[in-house]
Design a protein around this ligand. Structure first.
Ligand SMILES: Cc1ncc(COP(=O)(O)O)c(C=O)c1O
Length: 161
């Protein structure tokens, strides 16, 4: 148990945030027996998100971030023997879905401004892998702790290579 002093000085890593309605909706799911497979709230969330994005896309709510990354890699056709670039400073869920598909994660170090994927190291790694006959199939950056990665530079490298 943390002392009051520790509670005040410790910087918490994404401690849970509750908006106030969570217990009501958990109770509603039990009361209406919409515990599985989905139900009106999940369907409604998907419809609302699609309308918010105002794009001609399909929205699918998943049970976790890991599942979303896993599905994204499947949709990209990642499979055994492929290499996928991710960053070294992240949660293991960046690399796990790559491994689930039999692919190999290639870890890129951070740069000092955002602590996310370093575009310079990314370019070096891609050129190295291409020189060795193994062009990476995807780049999986992370906006760790909500800090945006240098996406303009990362996307420019992805376009060029
Ligand atoms: C950077 C990052 N990616 C992915 C995940 C996976 O999310 P989930 O726990 O919802 O599977 C986490 C979870 O903490 C994370 O920190």
């Amino acid at each position: 148990m943390l002392s009051k002093k520790d509670m005040n000085t410790k910087i918490w890593l994404s401690s849970p945030h509750m908006g106030g309605g969570e217990q009501k909706y958990v109770q509603e799911a039990f009361d209406t027996n919409w515990v599985a497979p989905l139900g009106p709230n999940v369907n409604g969330f998907e419809v609302d998100l699609k309308s918010y994005l105002k794009e001609d896309i399909h929205v699918a709510a998943l049970s976790s971030g890991t599942a979303a990354l896993h599905l994204a890699l499947i949709i990209l056709g990642i499979g055994p023997g492929d290499e996928v670039i991710c960053q070294s400073m992240t949660f293991s869920a960046s690399a796990n879905p790559i491994a689930y598909l039999g692919a190999t994660p290639v870890f890129i170090d951070s740069e000092k401004d955002t602590w996310n994927m370093c575009p310079k190291q990314l370019l070096i790694a891609i050129e190295d892998r291409i020189a060795k006959g193994k062009k990476p199939k995807a780049i999986l950056p992370v906006h760790l702790y909500g800090m945006p990665a240098k996406m303009d530079e990362i996307l420019a490298i992805a376009e060029d290579e």
